[in-house]
Design a protein around this ligand. Structure first.
Ligand code: MSP
Length: 607
């Protein structure tokens, strides 16, 4: 085959839509009409369908709709796929704490060639295979404490109906035509590749596997028509793509020229048939992206684009990995423009989790098993490590040694141990009862201001999706608490009796109030751990579930409140023996042992 993709659309252009001859004028008019739509109304960004209105005709607050990618079911979930979902869950929980109605959408992408091939390899039918893997995702989400609101499977009938309606609407707008296509295809990306982006032997740079030559008669989406509109949209809404360095990348792609892309496959049976041509199926991306809308459709409703869109669209945030940015920040907005549907408000492309510097993935076979991690270390540890230690937006490498060090240092020592020793002292000296309100206890100390500032910092970071920095700010509250304890030495002041003892009792209230605030502020990241902290402070599960971000204000704990019996809220992770796990972890074990000795010495001093 010639080295270049043989793009033969011009020769065999077969216009499907009788309206197409009018399309250019029509499109120009639409362009004019829609140019300012991003700045229209708060909810209906670029949206020609009705938005949410309640029965009284007033507009309720827009829900915060956030999505993860819909995961391919060619193989069970790995840590890379779990990463986006953990981040999305933390963001959803934070928004709920702010009092927002949240619709958190996740799901599975079940059509296409590689799914059919995976099913055949496993000796099952595609639909049986999809049921099993889709369920594995649901189980993992449960184990990781992912509180999603909607789980959409692209094989659901309501999704199929909405994809077909969407296709027909784009077709009616004159943006679909039929043409020959010849090119190099990466089955794992489910994408024709430009030869210049390929590595040696025509290997895909992401999957490192050779692309295959394909020639097909396909339907195409007229992406190139939307070049100018996309360019203007991004210029006017620079926050649409985040982090900002990814915006530059997207603008670069658009500037270098957008080519129409094929949206059907003649050779793939496992997919949604093209309306009016059941010899072809709809290309997986033209199918799966619609899952973000079909997920909004209530099962009791007759599925339709209009009702789905009016149930929460546009999405506030699409969270994705950087490898699928082009689909979300170029193809998807153009598809929505064509169908006259509002654009999502933001697309955030995070980095990759790597192992030995290579993207971790099903196709490369170097995955990290999330079930094993959760089973060994618990969901809080897994959630915390990846959100705290990987700067959201950048790549981050995993190693077991680092995982254990971080989780032990931050969750078991800095937070867990501070709570435990404070409750121990309170039990011994105050019958586990707070002597005064925390507001009174903090009078005249700078500590309360420190905590309030850190909470505000954490809130800002959560809002900007800087999840690692949000964790850092909350952890700093605990660091400040530990320093406060070291400076005020309440254990020795209790021994002095009188005023010193009274001051020590107040110090304990101060620290426990800080712990209460930590339990609210870190709950998006480590919900289980935070519940256990709340429980230790004498609250019920209902009180924890009803907690809001406003509860991070100083002053929640009241005098007379009885704390629970102290018990560790986060068990230290013990390393396997050196013979089992080799040199590096053994070194970590020594560090862990040293810290343990220090903690024991401290406990003796406090007794
Ligand atoms: N099915 C498409 C998405 C369709 S959305 C309408 C898909 N699926 S995927 O299962 O291959 O990938 C899903 C997400 O997992 C992507 O955002 C991808 O970036 C992310 N990850 C897969 N491997 C990853 C890492 N090693 N690290 C972090 N995330 C990565 O693409």
């Amino acid at each position: 085959m010639a080295a270049r993709i043989n793009y033969s659309i011009q020769n065999s252009l077969w216009l499907l839509n009788p309206l197409h001859s009018k399309a250019t004028t029509h499109f120009r008019n639409r362009l004019k009409f829609r140019q300012n739509l991003f700045s229209l109304s708060k909810g209906a960004v670029f949206c020609s369908y009705a938005t949410n209105t309640d029965k009284s005709g007033t507009e309720p607050a827009d829900p915060f709709v956030l999505t993860t990618p819909l995961y391919y079911v060619n193989a069970p979930p790995h840590m890379g796929s779990a990463y986006t979902t953990i981040a999305a869950d933390a963001i959803a929980r934070f928004q709920r704490l702010l009092g927002k109605k949240v619709i958190f959408i996740t799901g599975t992408d079940e059509h296409g060639e590689k799914i059919a091939a995976a099913a055949a390899d496993g000796g099952s039918s595609p639909s049986e295979h999809c049921d099993v893997v889709s369920q594995a995702y649901k189980t993992l989400w449960k184990d990781l404490d992912i509180a999603y609101d909607k789980f959409i499977r692209t094989t659901e009938p309501k999704h199929e109906a909405i994809v077909k309606e969407f296709y027909s609407s784009v077709l009616a707008n004159g943006d679909i035509y039929k043409a020959d296509y010849e090119g190099l295809y990466c089955v794992n990306c489910e994408e024709y590749k430009d030869e210049k982006e390929l590595l040696e032997n025509q290997c895909c740079p992401i999957h490192l596997k050779p692309c295959v030559a394909r020639k097909e008669d396909n339907y195409f989406f007229a992406l190139s028509k939307y070049q100018k509109l996309l360019e203007d949209t991004l210029t006017e809404n620079p926050d649409f793509v985040q982090p900002s360095f990814r915006l530059n990348e997207v603008q670069g792609w658009i500037k270098s020229g957008l080519r129409d892309f094929s949206i059907s496959r003649a050779s793939v049976d496992w997919g949604i048939p093209v309306p009016n041509d059941n010899k072809q199926t709809i290309y997986v991306w033209f199918d799966a992206l619609l899952g973000y809308i079909s997920a909004l459709s209530e099962d009791r409703d007759q599925p339709s684009l209009r009702t789905a869109v009016s149930s929460g669209w546009p999405a506030s945030l699409h969270l994705i990995g950087k490898d699928i940015l082009r689909f979300h920040a170029v193809y998807w907005p153009a598809m929505l423009m064509s169908a006259g549907i509002g654009l999502p408000k933001k697309v955030f492309g995070h980095g990759f989790l790597t192992k030995d510097g290579m993207k971790m993935g099903k196709s490369l076979g170097n995955t990290l098993e999330p079930n094993e991690l959760v089973h060994n270390f618990g969901s809080d540890a897994v959630r915390y490590f990846f959100l705290k230690e990987v700067e959201f937006g950048n790549d981050g490498d995993y190693s077991e040694d680092r995982f254990i060090k971080i989780v032990n240092a931050h969750l078991a020592n800095t937070i867990g141990n501070l709570l435990n020793r404070t409750l121990g002292l309170l039990k011994k000296n105050c019958q586990s009862t707070l002597v005064v309100d925390s507001a009174v206890a903090a009078e005249g100390t700078a500590f309360k201001d420190t905590v309030e500032k850190l909470v505000e910092t954490a809130r800002g970071h959560y809002e900007n999706l800087s999840l690692s920095s949000a964790c850092e700010a909350v952890l700093d509250i605990s660091n400040a608490g530990n320093s406060y304890m070291d400076e005020h030495v309440p254990w020795s002041r209790f021994k002095q009796g009188g005023a010193a003892s009274e001051a020590a009792a107040k110090d304990l209230v101060i620290i426990l109030e800080a712990m209460r605030i930590i339990a609210v502020a870190l709950s998006p990241v480590t919900p289980n751990l935070c519940w256990r902290i709340y429980e230790q402070l004498g609250y019920s599960n209902e009180q924890f579930s009803n907690a809001a971000w406003s509860d991070t204000k100083w002053g929640g704990l009241k005098g007379g409140q009885v704390m629970a019996q102290p018990k560790p809220v986060f068990g230290r992770i013990e390393l396997k023996t050196g013979t089992e796990d080799g040199g590096e972890p053994a070194a970590a074990k020594q560090v862990a042992k040293k810290k343990e000795k220090k903690a024991k010495a401290q406990a003796v001093a406090e007794a």
